[in-house]
Design a protein around this ligand. Structure first.
Ligand code: IMP
Ligand code: MG
Length: 178
């Protein structure tokens, strides 16, 4: 698997250091509260798992699965709920935990969806952001790293359902796509 990687963008240490900082910030912002952290499967699972353990306030964990990318590297723009959350989020603080924001279409959809469920607040936390790829105006509250428009894998992010278990974030060799 490691042989398929052309270049490492963020090392394991860089990622863990960043998650410590994000965890401290979220712990401060939600002190005395009990937000529902909603992980967007499957990409967000590795990030959520490390992030939650760096937060010192109570948090509730929940999961949502959406269809977006299929096995290709292009956004379909179509968002469909495959698994909904279990928690009742009315009057609750919600933190959406994403692996990466690309076009922003997924988050636009989720923002509206959670608003309809009368959550008291919604914040977005993403490990990676591709600011140059946004197709809509989007406020992201917590960002780990900004990256360019290249396709990245690892630390939860996949190509054709592979590479999610890489402990770092990298770029695949060209020949892997063909
Ligand atoms: P958006 O709706 O275009 O913002 O799509 C976001 C989703 O697309 C992410 O949650 C990922 O699942 C997927 N995605 C976007 N860029 C990448 C990438 O570079 N590598 C792997 N998955 C990606
Ligand atoms: Mg995703």
């Amino acid at each position: 698997m490691h042989n398929d990687i052309e270049r490492i963008l963020k090392t394991e240490t860089e990622i863990q250091d960043k998650i410590k900082q994000l965890g401290e910030q979220i712990s401060k912002d939600y002190e005395g509260k009990n937000p529902v952290m909603i992980c967007i499967l499957k990409g967000g699972i590795v990030f959520l798992s490390d992030l939650a353990r760096n937060i010192s306030t109570h948090v509730q964990l929940d999961f949502m699965s959406l269809s977006s990318y299929g096995d290709s590297t292009k956004s379909s723009g179509v968002v469909k709920i495959k698994k909904d959350i279990d928690a009742d989020i009315s009057d609750r603080d919600v933190i959406i935990v994403e692996d990466i924001v690309d076009s922003g279409l997924t988050l636009k959809y989720l923002n509206e969806y959670f608003k309809q469920h009368n959550s008291s607040s919604i914040k977005i936390c993403t490990l990676l952001d591709k600011p140059n790829a946004h197709k809509i105006d989007l406020k992201i509250d917590y960002v780990g790293f900004e990256v360019g428009n290249e396709f990245v894998v690892g630390y939860g992010l996949d190509y054709a359902q592979k590479y999610r278990n890489l402990p770092y974030i990298g770029i695949l060799k060209k020949e892997i796509y063909s």
